[in-house]
Design a protein around this ligand. Structure first.
Ligand SMILES: [Fe+2]
Ligand SMILES: [Fe+2]
Length: 197
C-alpha cells in the first residue's frame, strides 16, 4: 500500500499551497465521520444509572421523537436529538456546546434555541435549587423567546416519560446525516466573510 503524503513543515508560516491542498483533502474525509463521532458522544449519555426517571440518552431520543411526532421540521428534530450532547464535558453550559456544534448547519433560530434551552428549562426546576425560575424572562423581547419556550415545554421538560414510545437512533440517522451534509466550511464559520465586507 502506498504511503499517503504528509506535510514536512514545522510551522504554518512555512507551509505551501500544496501542503494545504493535502490537508483540505484529508479534512473532507475526516469530516465525513463527524456524524459517527456525534453519535458516540450521544451514546456517552447512555448511563447505567441517573436519578432522572430515564437517562440522558433515552431523554434525547424521546425529545427528538416528540419533536418529530409534533410535526417539527427536520432541523428542529435533529436539534432536539443533540440538544444535550455537551452535557458530558460542560455540565453548566452544555447548551452553548451543543449550539456551537450545530451552528454551521442550522438557522439562527435553531442555534439560539439550543444555546438558551438551559435557561428556559430552569423555569421547571430553578426554584427547587434556590434559583429564579423566571430567569428566562430577560429574553422576553428576543424574537426567539416563544420558540425556545415552546421547544422546552414540548420537547425537553416533558421528555422523561419512561413509557413514551421513542424512536431509535437509527430512525433519526438519515436526518442527522442530511443536516450535517450542509457544509459551510472554515471561511464562513470563522466569519471571514463578515471581516471582508
Ligand atoms: Fe439540556
Ligand atoms: Fe434536555
Amino acid at each position: 500500500m502506498q504511503e499517503r503524503e504528509k506535510g514536512t513543515w514545522k510551522s504554518m508560516a512555512e507551509a505551501t499551497q500544496h501542503d494545504f491542498d493535502i490537508v483540505g483533502e484529508w479534512e473532507q474525509e475526516y469530516n465525513a465521520g463527524l456524524v459517527d463521532r456525534l453519535f458516540d458522544q450521544l451514546r456517552m449519555l447512555d448511563e447505567v444509572w441517573t436519578p432522572y426517571p430515564i437517562n440522558r440518552y433515552q431523554h434525547s431520543l424521546q425529545s427528538a421523537s416528540r419533536a418529530y411526532n409534533d410535526g417539527a421540521d427536520e432541523e428542529t428534530v435533529v436539534a432536539a436529538l443533540l440538544h444535550d450532547i455537551g452535557d458530558v464535558i460542560a455540565p453548566y453550559n452544555h447548551g452553548e456546546v451543543a449550539a456551537a456544534i450545530l451552528k454551521p448547519y442550522v438557522s439562527e433560530k435553531t442555534y439560539w434555541i439550543v444555546k438558551h434551552h438551559c435557561v428556559f428549562q430552569g423555569y421547571y426546576y430553578n426554584h427547587y435549587l434556590g434559583g429564579d425560575r423566571l430567569a428566562r424572562e430577560k429574553y422576553q423581547h428576543n424574537p426567539y423567546y416563544e420558540d425556545c419556550k415552546y421547544f422546552c415545554h414540548n420537547y425537553d421538560q416533558n421528555a422523561f416519560d419512561e413509557s413514551y414510545p421513542s424512536k431509535s437512533l437509527s430512525f433519526f440517522e438519515p436526518m442527522v446525516r442530511r443536516l450535517f451534509a450542509r457544509q459551510t466550511g472554515h471561511l464562513e464559520l470563522n466569519e471571514y466573510r463578515h471581516d471582508a465586507t
